[in-house]
Design a protein around this ligand. Structure first.
Ligand SMILES: Cc1cc2nc3c(=O)[nH]c(=O)nc-3n(C[C@H](O)[C@H](O)[C@H](O)COP(=O)(O)OP(=O)(O)OC[C@H]3O[C@@H](n4cnc5c(N)ncnc54)[C@H](O)[C@@H]3O)c2cc1C
Length: 316
């Protein structure tokens, strides 16, 4: 596949951009694969990509019932951070955050990684103590975070009202190399590289059944027919439990919807990510100017992708 580079963009500019290939090929499923990955979100596509890149396994199909990145991957608030408390969480999130630093170069695709900093506000004494503990845990594990005072918060985000209106800001945990990336570009970048490795990405193909022989999974029933596989990988986020049930086992997970909203574009007002756990809201501004605002998870199990009454404040 032609590399995106200064010279290729320059050359294409002089021939009406007619020389570009499709970023990924639309393929029909083959009869059999070594590995089928169900779910073409960021994780499914990344699984396929690193199998090819690090282990030379390319006889892979990534099967998606909708479109690439159409699940959670293209619907989130795009925050990248690794300021967690537990050692195991810190390690996996920091490894991921670190990969983001060079992911655009690795994928040869601009994922618009923006390490603009993540500020987690402390608005109660309890939260302040907990964040200090997190900050120490981060530093012990080599993650660059620090506690900042209310005045420093004001310096980082001048628009913030540190006196209230509901809870005062008592301090914050600051991760300067946290930030955001364009979420669907992450999926597109992985998809393009997967396609380049000869991996089949099959959209509009839902897995509706699992074929088993003597308790071993040997293939899948899909809306595009039966496909055999030596190994099957369910990477379908909340729907992994639905797929597991098709395969005859239960996953110890529960699925709930998490909601977010995006405003109309406005002038730049905030250039980092601000998270406020006490009121459970978090905010950043997209490059286009939209405010990207996240809320809390629904208090009951569901698989919905619709926005609910509790989050329709903007309607009124
Ligand atoms: C509102 C919201 C805000 C969030 N904010 C953040 C954030 O700021 N930072 C962060 O790191 N994370 C955030 N997350 C979480 C993050 O989006 C997810 O962890 C991540 O996108 C999961 O990626 P995935 O590839 O595992 O799943 P998905 O992107 O959901 O991909 C799974 C795919 O599987 C497909 N699928 C399901 N069933 C089948 C089937 N039977 N057959 C074929 N295909 C199937 C789906 O269509 C889907 O495309 C947020 C999530 C939400 C909902």
């Amino acid at each position: 596949m032609k590399k995106y580079s200064f010279s290729s963009i320059f050359t294409e500019a002089f021939r009406d951009n007619l020389g570009w290939e499709k970023a990924w090929a639309k393929r029909k499923p083959k009869n059999e694969y070594e590995i089928i990955i169900v779910g073409a979100g960021g994780h499914g596509l990344a699984t396929a990509y690193y199998l090819a890149k690090n282990y030379n396994v390319t006889d892979i199909a990534v099967i998606e019932k909708g479109w690439i990145g159409g699940g959670n991957t293209g619907r989130n608030t795009t925050i990248i951070r690794s300021n967690y408390l537990q050692e195991s969480s810190i390690s996996i999130y920091e490894k991921s955050r670190f990969l983001y630093e060079t992911l655009s170069q690795d994928l040869n695709y601009n994922i618009m990684f923006s390490p603009r900093g993540v500020l987690m506000l402390c608005q109660t004494e309890h939260e302040l103590r907990a964040m200090k503990r997190t900050s120490h845990a981060n530093r012990i594990n080599g993650v660059d975070t620090k506690m900042v005072t209310p005045d420093e918060v004001k310096e980082i985000v001048p628009i913030i009202n540190i006196e209230g209106p509901r809870f005062p800001v008592l301090g914050a945990l600051w991760q300067p190399r946290g930030g955001t990336a364009r979420h669907d570009a992450v999926a597109w970048g992985y998809a393009r590289r997967c396609s380049d490795y000869g991996i089949d990405i099959i959209e509009q193909c839902e897995v509706v059944g699992v074929k088993k022989k003597r308790e071993k999974i040997v293939g899948l029933e899909t809306t595009k027919g039966q496909i055999k596989a030596k190994k099957v990988c369910f990477v379908a986020a909340g729907h992994s439990s639905v797929l597991a049930e098709l395969a005859g086992f239960r996953l110890p997970i529960e699925s709930v919807a998490l909601q977010a909203l995006v405003s109309e574009p406005i002038k730049p007002i905030i250039d980092c990510v601000v998270m406020a756990n006490t009121v459970h809201g978090y905010l950043s501004q997209s490059d286009k100017g939209e405010l990207v605002i996240g809320g809390g998870a629904d208090g009951y199990n569901n698989y919905s992708q619709d926005s609910k009454h509790s989050f329709k404040l903007c309607d009124s």
